[in-house]
Design a protein around this ligand. Structure first.
Ligand code: UTP
Length: 447
């Protein structure tokens, strides 16, 4: 992009001040500023300004009803597993990981996927995800392409981690990295914030940035070329997730669903999880911050929480649905933050109070657009224990304990007794469940 083109674009967006310090910039800073401006799309800027003016639109959730949630057992479970296995054997399933987050609560310096979580091996989170995909694809004799969304900040380090570890055994051609978008921060009155005289403050556009990034990168086209129909979506911080779980895939396909969600029972009425609710024929994710005390505490006639099932962000999407949604604008969510900025003289200021807005998109905002959505209950202890915080709940300590408890349950069911004082770890490529342990046997060893 040339200076003239940048001037025109910014004028069109009402952001001419971005070039205010142009004359004092050196060649390198000028080039990088032009590269940043080239990523700006006038329609996105207009959407940011409108969102700031009108406020983020939060629909009324008071009329929301609990969705119909399936609990699969016996014959229904068997049928779902068989249907899912058919999809896996036909090579119609992909895995999609969002790993572009900043992991600020964990305070880890690097991509969260590189965080070492293996109780014995210290293997990183990426290892457990990749090895599960490998095991599942070996079991069903077809590859499961693995799409990984990174951000500008962690893309290089994520790829380096996969390279250094030989892609954890996965064929390199089945792993597809793509980078999410960055959006400029703005003041309340809709002016783009410069955090240095020649530099726009930008931040990742949220996990909802996934849709635009899938399209832009060619990942959606790649899925189509490979004949993918169902896309299993998961987050980087949960090593318990059962990636491409046949029951979930099968239930999704059998229901003719475009967007399916695995849900687990809340541990307490105020647990901070999103709550899918039904509004007539559609569904919408209601964030915990939007729920009233009455909604949180409401009970059904059996004394159970009425809004019982929350979403830990484990989804299956129909590929064609993602494709249709990728061309639509998504709503923006605002985060009011302390953002470094420049004063009238061009000096950098670090504010002590929030002074500007970041914009994020959330993937679950496409739920109301699904012609058919399906909800499947699962047991939290089996599949969800995220690494969010450095200490306390949802921390590495709780996650490692939950991983080991799950492996111990498999071993016990396979008739293997393990000294409770010893740590346990199972390579997912060796065993995905008790059946694999029974088939492969167990070698209990020191170190
Ligand atoms: P979180 O909301 O837990 O955010 O992300 P985070 O960045 O990992 O952690 P904090 O809030 O800074 O402590 C949930 C999932 O969404 C991905 C994350 O990588 C994680 O898998 N994510 C989040 C993105 O891919 N991009 C984003 O912009 C935000």
């Amino acid at each position: 992009m040339t200076y003239e083109e940048a001037t025109k674009l910014l004028a069109k967006c009402g952001q001419a001040h971005v070039l205010a310090y142009w004359k004092r910039l050196g060649k390198k800073d000028r080039d990088s500023l032009l590269a940043q401006i080239a990523t700006i799309e006038p329609k996105n800027i207009a959407q940011c300004v409108k969102t700031l003016r009108d406020g983020a639109q939060v629909p009324d959730s008071s009329k929301g009803k609990a969705p119909k949630v399936a609990v699969l057992k016996g014959k229904a479970l068997k049928a779902a597993v068989e249907a899912g296995e058919k999809e896996l054997r036909a090579g119609r399933v992909a895995a999609l990981l969002v790993a572009g987050g900043q992991g600020s609560r964990l305070g880890y310096d690097g991509p969260k996927g590189c965080y070492e979580i293996g109780p014995i091996t210290n293997a990183p989170l990426f290892y457990f995800h990749a090895r599960k995909i490998l095991a599942r694809s070996l079991r069903y004799g077809r590859s499961i392409p693995f799409y990984i969304m990174t951000s500008e900040a962690n893309d290089a380090a994520t790829k380096a981690c996969f390279e250094a570890n030989g892609y954890f055994g996965l064929p390199k051609e089945d792993v597809f990295f793509f980078t999410q978008g960055m959006w400029p921060g703005m003041t309340k009155d809709g002016r783009i914030i410069l955090d240095r005289p020649g530099h726009i403050f930008m931040s990742p556009d949220g996990h909802g940035g996934l849709l635009a990034a899938l399209k832009r990168s060619g990942a959606l086209a790649d899925m189509k070329k490979r004949g993918v129909k169902s896309v299993f979506f998961f987050q980087v911080d949960n090593p318990l997730v059962e990636i491409a779980d046949p029951a979930f895939i099968g239930y999704h396909v059998a229901e003719g669903s475009e967007y399916s969600l695995k849900l687990c029972a809340k541990r307490d009425p105020y647990e901070k999880v999103g709550m899918p609710m039904r509004f007539g024929d559609t569904h919408r994710m209601v964030e915990y911050t939007e729920m009233t005390k009455e909604q949180c505490e409401r009970r059904d006639k059996n004394g159970r929480l009425y809004f019982l099932y929350g979403s830990p962000a484990i989804h299956v999407f129909d590929r064609a649905f993602l494709e249709a949604e990728a061309s639509k604008a998504m709503p923006l969510h605002l985060a009011f933050k302390k953002i470094p900025c420049v004063d009238a003289k061009g000096a950098v200021v670090k504010p002590s109070e929030p002074n500007g807005y970041k914009f994020e998109k959330f993937i679950f905002d496409i739920l109301p657009n699904a012609k058919k959505a399906a909800f499947l209950a699962f047991d939290q202890a089996e599949e969800f224990s995220p690494v969010k915080n450095a200490e306390g709940t949802d921390s590495p300590a709780t996650c490692k304990a939950d991983m080991q408890a799950k492996w111990r349950r498999w071993l016990a069911a396979a008739g293997v007794t393990v000294d409770p004082a010893l740590p346990v770890e199972i390579d997912p490529a060796y065993a995905l469940d008790t059946a694999d342990i029974l088939k492969n046997g167990v070698c209990l060893g020191a170190d």
